[in-house]
Design a protein around this ligand. Structure first.
Ligand SMILES: [Fe+2]
Length: 378
């Protein structure tokens, strides 16, 4: 069977928000959302509240920010806070997979034509990123204050004044969309509709635009972000101006080049916290960002249509987290389904998969473990 991006289901958030939760149409759409996360670890979301022009304003601001001299950008770095606010410069973050045995085995099991670009000789990623926290301050004493630090506003005069309103407005759109999708996933999984939303109420959510300099790193087959999964609960992306994001649908083993349809569409992918809480029923989705032929075509087109604009690929990414003090314990009804699915997969594929374990721990502990792995925390 040939799988194309068209197979990534489009979930209608407008329908969910406009009809009663117990209506058959809403129930079906929620089931479709949960099934998409189980099969693909990802889905496309349609949300009329999110406008293409807001995305555009956001991308323009971030292009201007990352076009500054590196010495100016460096002022916004906070290594003492594990880079969880402010900027992370290029060549800091290592893709976890490059040194991770279970992850390398996942690549080996993929058909040759479905594998990511070779990350064995690649480290760290040549990408910059800005973390803008979008979380609600916990009303209780948190065990993980370092992960709840205040935001950094860039110092440059031409950026400073418009920074906060644009980041807040775009971040809020993405947050609303992903939280509504979390409600849909709960309903589709047979859980109370607000279980995920409440578990993430005080999460250190991050609006996290990533920037890749396509002048410096614009050669075909350059890895901008190596094959990896995200450590948070759900990641949501707006449309980037440049193609290059590939995702892997875990239960099909296929690489899908992401093409988000124009107008009010977003991409949602499952992260490690959702994998842990669902006992592996929903697997964190692997992805990479590379320079491919399609990326180069857009570079050529923008050079003609937008001369003088910085050639920087911004990915409009938002990481939605569970609260740091939340107990990350797999939900029994989902663990049961995960085990049944594992048996079916083994029968289907004829090999035994690595059986991951999901020990109970605080979410903040899980985040710290993951950050050590990708070299952002000593
Ligand atoms: Fe990622």
């Amino acid at each position: 069977m040939v799988i194309t991006f068209m197979d990534l289901p489009i979930i209608d958030l407008d329908l969910f928000l406009s009809q009663p939760q117990d209506s058959p149409a809403v129930q079906d759409e929620c089931k479709k959302a949960a099934d998409a996360l189980i099969t693909f670890g990802a889905l496309i979301l349609r949300d009329s509240r999110v406008s293409e022009s807001d995305n555009s304003i956001f991308l323009d601001l971030l292009e201007a920010y990352f076009a500054q001299p590196p010495s100016d950008i460096k002022k916004d770095e906070r290594p003492e806070l594990s880079y969880q606010v402010g900027v992370t410069l290029e060549n800091t973050e290592k893709p976890k997979c490059a040194a991770d045995e279970p992850c390398l085995r996942i690549i080996e099991r993929l058909e040759l034509s479905e594998r990511p670009l070779d990350i064995s000789a690649h480290s760290p990623d040549p990408k910059c990123r800005f973390f803008w926290k979008m979380g609600e301050k916990p009303t209780y004493e948190t065990q993980f204050p370092g992960l709840n630090a205040p935001n950094v506003v860039p110092q440059a005069e031409h950026i400073k004044a418009r920074w906060t309103p644009i980041m807040e407005s775009w971040g809020e759109s993405m947050k609303q969309a992903v939280e509504s999708l979390a409600d849909m996933a709960c309903i589709g999984l047979g859980l109370p509709s607000n279980l995920f939303r409440d578990a993430g109420r005080y999460g250190p959510h991050l609006l996290a635009p990533t920037a890749s300099d396509l002048v410096k790193y614009g050669q075909k087959d350059t890895i901008l972000a190596g094959f990896h999964t995200d450590l948070n609960f759900l990641t949501i992306h707006g449309r980037s101006r440049y193609p290059g994001l590939n995702i892997w649908a875990r239960n099909t083993g296929k690489r899908l080049p992401v093409k988000i349809p124009p107008g009010n569409h977003l991409l949602v992918q499952a992260g490690r916290q959702l994998e842990h809480l669902s006992g592996g029923l929903i697997k964190a989705g692997y992805h990479e960002v590379v320079v491919n032929d399609q990326t180069l075509q857009v570079v050529e087109r923008r050079n003609v249509e937008n001369p003088g604009r910085p050639l920087i690929r911004i990915s409009s990414t938002f990481f939605w987290h569970l609260s740091s003090d939340y107990d990350l314990i797999p939900i029994p009804s989902l663990v049961e389904r995960a085990e049944a699915l594992d048996v079916a997969q083994i029968q289907l594929r004829g090999y035994v998969t690595d059986k991951p374990v999901y020990p109970p721990m605080k979410v903040g502990q899980q985040v710290q473990n993951e950050l050590k792995h990708i070299a952002l925390m000593a």
